[in-house]
Design a protein around this ligand. Structure first.
Ligand SMILES: C[S@@+](CC[C@H](N)C(=O)[O-])C[C@H]1O[C@@H](n2cnc3c(N)ncnc32)[C@H](O)[C@@H]1O
Length: 274
């Protein structure tokens, strides 16, 4: 079976792509602050994450969807890398910030900013504007349950009152958005575990299980360091004290989970709950 290309890499010159990470441990100590990236939205991710994923899993001119756009990091990277992008966020104020930043970045990409709940939004009318019915990759950077509240918008996953509610809400976003992902293409989920009521809550493991139940193929679990920020420096000593006292380790990493959507798997595993 011939494999359709999913990026622009010239594999005859594969040694040239030194900036592309292929290890599962990402130690990135300096945020990319170039162009219109600012890093001032509490809970944003570093631009290197969408940079790596977009380069690896899309070709120039293809479409990337970010279902939790926040301050627009993914669409700024789309603009820089010549990809088209659709971003959804439930909070219209942060969406305005994202729009301002991504459209002021240099580039000619087609960019669409949608205010709404990713578990409900219907994308057909936005896609048909560009004569497409599918996107070529999806990036998800949901709230890590309730550790940052973000806003009071109804449907905001950070306001889920239980873990089950958070996971159900996330599953609805997956159900509603992966139907717009082309078959045999990739999605990346950026997620951290949390520590709550003296217990480590493995959000990443719950989400891996959820995705496997839906018959997505797990391609990689990437561990990325959480580099120091000013806010964290102030809290470092108190967390070390709590860790020593409480029998746990202080978070210094988060995960990037890479999944592939495929039809093949569904045929093999008829009992799946897709
Ligand atoms: C972790 S932040 C994303 C940050 C983003 N990657 C950036 O670099 O700025 C999560 C975002 O998800 C949004 N959000 C939460 N629940 C949502 C939902 N059901 N649909 C769409 N957006 C949602 C929040 O408003 C918040 O901006």
């Amino acid at each position: 079976m011939s494999k359709k290309k999913i990026n622009d890499f010239d594999m005859n010159n594969w040694k040239n792509y030194e900036d592309i990470i292929t290890d599962s441990l990402w130690i990135i100590n300096k945020r990319d602050n170039s162009g219109t990236h600012k890093g001032d939205y509490h809970g944003n991710f570093i631009p290197q994450i969408p940079y790596q994923l977009i380069n690896r899993y899309t070709k120039k001119g293809e479409w990337v969807l970010d279902a939790f756009l926040g301050s627009g990091t993914t669409l700024i990277e789309c603009q820089k890398l010549g990809r088209n992008g659709i971003g959804i966020d439930i909070d219209k104020n942060i969406l305005e910030v994202a729009k301002e930043r991504a459209t002021s970045e240099k580039g000619n990409s087609k960019l669409e900013f949608i205010n709404g709940d990713s578990s409900k939004i219907k994308l057909e009318k936005y896609l048909s504007k560009y004569n497409i019915d599918k996107v070529n990759m999806i990036i998800y950077h949901p709230p890590y349950w309730d550790i940052i509240k973000f806003n009071n918008c109804e449907g905001n996953l950070a306001n889920a009152s239980t873990l089950e509610e958070f996971l159900k809400g996330f599953e609805k976003v997956i159900n509603n958005t992966t139907k717009y992902l082309e078959d045999e293409r990739y999605l990346g989920i950026v997620i951290g575990d949390i520590y709550k009521d003296s217990e480590w809550i493995p959000l990443s493991s719950h989400i891996i299980q959820l995705m496997l139940r839906k018959n997505f193929i797990l391609k990689s679990v990437i561990v990325k360091n959480i580099s120091e920020t000013k806010g964290k420096q102030n809290q470092k000593a108190i967390w070390r004290y709590r860790a020593l006292l409480g029998g746990f380790y202080v978070f210094n990493h988060e995960y990037i989970l890479i999944f592939k959507k495929t039809k093949e798997r569904k045929k093999k595993n008829v009992k799946g709950t897709n």
